[in-house]
Ligand binder design. Sequence first.
Ligand code: TRP
Length: 337
Amino acid sequence: MEEKKKVMLSGIKPSGDLTLGSYLGAIKNWAERAEQFDCFYFMADLHALTERQDPAELRRHTLEQLAQYVACGLDPEKNTLFIQSHVPAHAQLGWVINCFTMFGELSRMTQFKDKSAKNAENINGGLFTYPALMAADILIYQADYVPVGDDQRQHVELTRDVARRFNGIYGDVFKIPEPYIPKIGARIMDLLDPESKMSKSDDIGNGRIKLMDRPEDIMRKFKRAVTDSETGAGCIRFDPVNKPGVANLIQIYASCTGETFEQVEAEFAGHGYGDFKKAVGESVVEMLRPIQTEAHKLMSDKAYLDELCRKGAEKASYVAEKTLRKVYKKVGLVPKA
Ligand code: TRP
């Protein structure tokens, strides 16, 4: 008998451009996951509203991110890809979950504290109750695993607490999800500040390679990448503690070419940083080329994107509405005749 696959779910806030860091560190490995798990990925556009967004930019980012994920190899036939607001059950369950999430719990969320400190003029209710909507996102698909970074772990813990609380009152309604720590993907660092991660962000950042950067911009950014003052044969070696900039470049080159760190060191044993940075830039340009071509093609094919969104939302709604109906019934809402 074929065993039912475990459900994996992740939301991506469409609030910035994807980078080489997100690709090599995560997305690249997602394509294979579909064999093992039943995967749901959604563009968390409702979550993006907790910060003020330019409407046209938000729309563009949402569709671009979707197109880029597909271009990176996430097969829409094998994964459920959709836009959060296209599945109204998220917001509907979100309200119910809100009513089972305590003020005290939400007050303890470190992300809320950080964000409200940074953005004192817009501490809105959505920012505060965001984790309840996130819990609904997860619970509505009865997800087993939620791949998240460190910044989201606390929200997954909260989801577990709220789900247990609900189940304690109404019986086994929700699956209790677990955070999923992916097999270590490459941890790509900022080119100008190799002590911090190359993260998704809105600003231009010369230390960040965006997935859709033009080849000349990629080459320019690598040319300026921080290394160290060592010269001579053997200066290109993997030593993340003492040579973080060089180690990061080796890691990037190895990820792009499929070589091991030792092979990279051997290949560049007699070279200086200038040559190496150029080679790393070229390897990135070549790796990104087909992804960029595909993403541009998808973005210009409105009919394809519409159909992709429609199919994804339909698949997701089927599962989501089943859970929502059950929850509405359990809490005592009158079923629609
Ligand atoms: N909160 C996540 C972030 O800011 C995005 C997100 C929304 C999410 N809903 C989710 C992630 C559900 C995992 C599961 O990155």
